[in-house]
Ligand binder design. Structure first.
Ligand code: SF4
Length: 429
């Protein structure tokens, strides 16, 4: 029986697809082992969203080769789709698998090894057995000027709600309690099959009716979908976590236009206000690109002021990275790495402050809900860690009768380590 190790780079959709490939391979008799172990096959589920992602992809492909020079090295996903198999085969990998071919990973390996006898034994590396990422759609039609993904993943393609609910039902039977509904552009869910009248809101509703689903979290959203109807519809769904990742990218309207983003800061602010009105103390997180071509000092200051105004819980900051084949790559005014680094550093400091203030606002003696996920050693003591509905990472002392999968409530206490805070006065729901 061949041992297979999978390493995932990039987005939540890749995480989902790696889980899917693990499942298909173990059903075909392959033994799934952690990436740091010696394996007969190494699969790198690649990302190509930035030059850094490309470099990381090549690093992991050569790292796999070093781990076992006899092993079969497989590059799968966006790096293959954007670069073409010829550029990869024989250099970084032995087999190149396109995004659309990932479902056939077992057949591809079987054909390569010409082995067909299935027997199942799993030593999975998947960390959380309580929260699961669910891919609801693939592809994107937005063509933001800096992004290669629409070229790598193609046009939007949504899974049927019934299929998604079936998958979630079977995962509930395996003990999963929280589901992250995501996609490459999950806001577009259902737009490719208008006659079937399925959209993101109807999907969340249907998933919430699935027995055993305790929590639903949404992947990255865009302001365009945050309408009064959407928000009031979400408000009625008790299992939906009040944590909204609303992608901003820039706080300057002129930069947003050059990015070909389909909203301005006024619309963005209106979306945040709608969410905060409906969901008290909800977590709003975002992504920002600094150093976009032509970004002036003034435009950057507009972004800084906007981030201060919104008071995000968390801001993921990315330095602009040129991608061959995108409109932004052909734009004038490409900035130096030094300027990009300085602007990122400034936003990172602001992010730390915003995050501290957000968590501090929960030290109000009120009780918050935690889904216990896994044990962790912190400062030499054993704890059970997990996330509140607002995505604050908390820890409860081990041995207080709480186990993974339990939902507990308690008050938010002191900072324990890094981003983890202690939960006090815990009681199981
Ligand atoms: S919405 Fe824009 S950034 Fe997101 S995947 Fe689509 S093109 Fe890329």
């Amino acid at each position: 029986m061949k041992k297979v190790a999978i390493h995932t780079l990039g987005c939540k959709v890749n995480t989902y697809e790696s889980d899917m490939m693990r499942k298909k391979l173990s059903e075909n008799g392959y033994i799934i082992v952690p990436f740091d172990q010696k394996a007969d096959v190494y699969i790198i589920n690649t990302c190509s969203v930035t030059n850094i992602a490309d470099r990381k992809t090549r690093q992991f492909l050569s790292r796999a080769r070093e781990k076992n020079p006899e092993a079969l090295i497989v590059a799968a996903g966006c790096y293959v789709d954007t670069r073409g198999t010829e550029d990869i085969l024989g250099k970084n990998a032995d087999i190149a698998v396109l995004n659309k071919e990932k479902e056939e990973i077992a057949d591809i390996l079987n054909n390569y090894f010409k082995e067909s006898s299935p027997s199942c034994e799993v030593k999975d590396e998947a960390p959380s057995h309580t929260r699961r990422i669910i891919k609801c759609q693939d592809g994107c039609n937005m063509f933001c000027s800096y992004c290669i993904i629409p070229f790598a993943r193609g046009r939007i393609k949504s899974r049927r709600t019934a299929d998604i609910c079936d998958e979630i039902r079977s995962l509930v039977s395996e003990g999963y309690r929280e589901f992250v509904l995501t996609g490459i552009h999950v806001c577009s869910y259902g737009l490719d099959r208008p006659d079937e009248k399925e959209d993101l809101l109807s999907l969340v509703r249907e998933v919430s009716k699935t027995e055993g689903v305790k929590r639903i979290r949404l992947g990255s959203l865009e302001p365009g979908i945050v309408t009064p109807e959407f928000v009031s519809g979400l408000k009625d769904i008790g299992s939906l976590c009040p944590h909204f990742h609303l992608s901003l990218q820039s706080g300057s309207d002129s930069v947003l236009r050059r990015m070909n983003r389909h909203y301005d800061t006024k619309q963005y602010m209106q979306g945040v206000e709608l969410l905060r009105k409906a969901f008290d103390k909800c977590a709003v997180t975002t992504d920002i690109i600094t150093g976009f071509p032509g970004e002036t000092e003034q435009e950057f200051l507009e972004t800084v002021e906007f981030v201060k105004k919104i008071r995000f819980y968390e801001t993921h900051i990315f330095k602009y990275s040129r991608r061959k084949g995108t409109n932004a790559d052909r734009m004038e005014g490409q900035l130096t790495e030094k300027i990009k680094a300085a602007r990122s550093a400034e936003l990172l400091e602001l992010n730390k402050e915003n995050k501290r203030n957000f968590i501090e606002s929960f030290r109000d003696g009120k009780r918050y809900e935690l889904l216990a996920e896994e044990t962790a050693g912190i400062r030499g003591k054993e704890y059970l860690t997990g996330y509140t509905r607002e995505y604050i990472r908390c820890a409860v002392p081990a041995g207080c009768g709480v186990k993974p999968g339990d939902i507990v409530t308690g008050t938010i206490g002191e900072e324990l380590e890094g981003e983890t805070v202690l939960m006090n006065d815990v009681s199981v729901v």
